[in-house]
Design a protein around this ligand. Structure first.
Ligand code: FEO
Length: 171
């Protein structure tokens, strides 16, 4: 059901998703060290969400009769000059993921693998949301630049994010 080329690309994207979790957990550590627990909590929630994205690829590969291939993950950046720089780094990463999902979809279409296309459709939509949420926080950070009180208010706001596992969310 999966060509060797598509299987390889799916395994590579599974790695990218788990790597995203690693990147955001490193950012959570940075925010914790900066005494910004709300930002840290938001990033931990993001990391947990990325784990579920990796799992979606894991399950799809298994269900489609393919063999999973967990690959090496590069060390993420642990330090940043500012919260803004961390989120800009995150947005850049999300744009990379969007580009990879697009390339995967192109391959699934080229191979006329309908099941893969349907699975990837979820990720196409998700990436719009991912880029949007990082972009919005970047704009807020730009607005509060140099305003310590504004940063603390934003920290409180981001601390409200709650990660809901997909099963509990009814997916
Ligand atoms: Fe799973 Fe943030 O892309």
């Amino acid at each position: 059901m999966l060509s060797p080329k598509l299987l390889d690309a799916l395994n590579e994207q599974m790695k990218n998703e788990f790597a995203s979790a690693y990147i955001y957990m490193a950012m959570a550590g940075y925010f914790q060290s900066e005494d910004l627990p709300g930002f840290a909590s938001w990033m931990r929630a993001q990391a947990l969400e990325e784990m579920t994205h990796g799992e979606k690829f894991f399950h799809f590969i298994c269900d489609a009769g393919g063999r999973t291939d967990l690959r090496a993950i590069d060390a993420p950046a642990n330090d940043f000059n500012s919260p803004l720089q961390a989120f800009e780094h995150g947005l850049k990463h999300e744009k990379f993921v969007t580009e990879r999902i697009g390339a995967l979809m192109d391959l699934a279409i080229e191979e006329r693998n309908h099941a893969a296309q349907i699975m990837l459709q979820w990720f196409v939509t998700e990436q719009v949301e991912e880029e949007s949420s990082f972009s919005l926080i970047i704009r807020k950070l730009q607005r509060v630049e140099g305003d310590g009180r504004g940063l603390l208010l934003l920290d409180q706001e981001l601390g409200q994010r709650v990660f809901v596992p997909p099963a509990a969310a009814g997916e």
